[in-house]
Design a protein. Structure first.
Lengths: 192, 238
């Protein structure tokens, strides 16, 4: 999560105070990602140092406050960030994938049982998110979006476990004595 | 007392070398007001579990109890009456009769059970109202969207005094929005006291259930209970 760019996005709506930005950040993520005040001000200082925002001394009902506004280079940086896909060419070092691959090598361990343990855990997490969504979705659009993202992410992992389970079963039936295939290094290349 | 209880239920097909166990020593209970999802890949035995739970098929061994009554001890006519009065079925492909309007489809199980037509029609309208389709009562299935057809099928499954709802991939033919709407309706029926089993391969839909049962190669693996999550499961931090 880029706090830096999220703050630029809030400032693109107009000048704001630091505390106001923190509150808007938490609201906009359905309060799923808490953000401490120190992190907000450190990020704002860096944005100002880089010329992406500027500040004036202002005042609100609690007294003197620094008010921040986005600059032209800040707006350009924000537009570029929004339309640049995150780098997904390299698979992440996923601990669950590594656990399943490792289970294949451990004598006396059923990889299917290992898959089932993880499937169960993920489905329970999905139940918890779905319950939260069920209670909150009608009232809070941002929370519903974040909840959907999390449920779909967990669902994709469950689908991978299902696919791995059936691929391993097929492999065991088709080639019970096959040796492991030679390692082939492959690299994903995408045009940006 | 559980609305549905499967006690040591097994089901096999074929014999000798071709013998296959579709279900192997299944114990499962569903209480009034509870939504249970049976989740597993195709071929895991989940549809067999549903047909046996709904008395559409008999187990090779073990016993099925509905409302405490053992199905194996019932006469054929009593079982048929139980199916008509107490159990509602929802299928992936809706199974609506194309020549009947929405309300006629919903009222049909009652009419087949001898309920006078006018009373059955009133109950059909009330059931359509529960799924938010009272204004579509006169439409025929081909005049309804896929999501609406499945809602009519749910209204039919709930019409009258049904205690047990059995759904086989009820949102399989629907997009995610309509699939979610179907699960919300089934959950709503459970909150009103119905016991329900939904079988699905889709974790996204199973996650709506109070309890998720994982089925693999005809055997129950574990139960996920969203009310009683175990300490090892982290609660989403909000």
């Amino acid at each position: 999560m880029s706090v830096r760019h999220a703050l630029l996005a809030f400032l693109s709506e107009g000048p704001k105070y630091g505390l106001q930005l923190r509150q808007e950040f938490e609201e906009s993520t359905g309060e799923v990602w808490p953000l401490n005040v120190g992190q907000v001000y450190t990020t704002l200082q860096r944005l100002e140092r880089d010329g992406l925002i500027e500040s004036d001394d202002g005042e609100d009902e609690t007294g003197p406050q620094k008010v921040f506004r986005i600059t032209e280079p800040g707006r350009t940086e924000l537009d570029q960030w929004l339309s640049t896909p995150p780098d997904m060419t390299q698979p992440p070092r996923d601990e669950l994938v590594i656990k399943v691959l490792s289970a294949l090598r451990v004598p006396g361990v059923s990889v299917h049982d290992i898959i089932q343990v993880h499937r169960r855990y993920l489905v329970e997490l999905m139940q918890q998110w779905t319950r939260l969504k069920e209670d909150e979705a009608d009232f809070d659009l941002t929370f519903a979006l974040v909840g959907d993202a999390e449920v779909f992410r967990l669902d994709s992992v469950v689908r991978w476990l299902d696919a791995a389970d059936s691929r391993l079963k097929r492999a065991a039936l088709e080639a019970p004595s096959a040796k492991p295939a030679p390692l082939i290094r492959r690299r994903l290349v995408t045009r940006r | 007392m559980s609305v549905l209880r499967l006690h040591r239920v097994s089901k096999s097909y074929g014999e000798g070398e071709t013998l296959v166990w579709a279900l192997d020593d299944i114990d499962l209970s569903v209480e009034a007001g509870e939504l249970v999802a049976v989740m597993g890949p195709s071929g895991s035995g989940k549809s067999t579990l549903l047909t046996i739970a709904g008395s559409l098929e008999e187990p090779s061994s073990g016993e099925v109890f509905i409302g405490g009554a053992a199905l194996s001890q019932m006469l054929r006519n009593d079982k048929a009456r139980l199916r008509r009065r107490s159990i509602g079925y929802v299928f992936q492909d809706f199974n609506l009769l194309p020549g009947l309007s929405a309300v006629e489809n919903v009222a049909l199980p009652l009419e087949l059970d001898g309920v006078p037509a006018r009373r059955a029609h009133r109950a059909g309208l009330a059931s359509l109202e529960r799924v938010g389709l009272a204004d579509r009562s006169g439409r025929y299935p081909d005049q309804l969207s896929g999501g609406e057809r499945q809602r009519v099928a749910i209204a039919r499954a709930l019409v009258g005094e049904r205690r047990l709802l059995l759904a086989d991939e009820p949102s399989g033919a629907l997009d995610s929005k309509n699939g979610e709407a179907v699960m919300r309706l089934i959950l709503g029926a459970c909150r009103a006291g119905v016991a329900a089993i939904v079988v699905t391969h889709d974790a996204h839909l199973a996650a709506w259930a109070d309890r998720v049962v994982l089925l693999r190669d005809g055997r129950l693996a574990e139960h996920g209970d969203r009310e009683r999550s175990e300490p090892s499961v982290a609660t989403p931090q909000l």
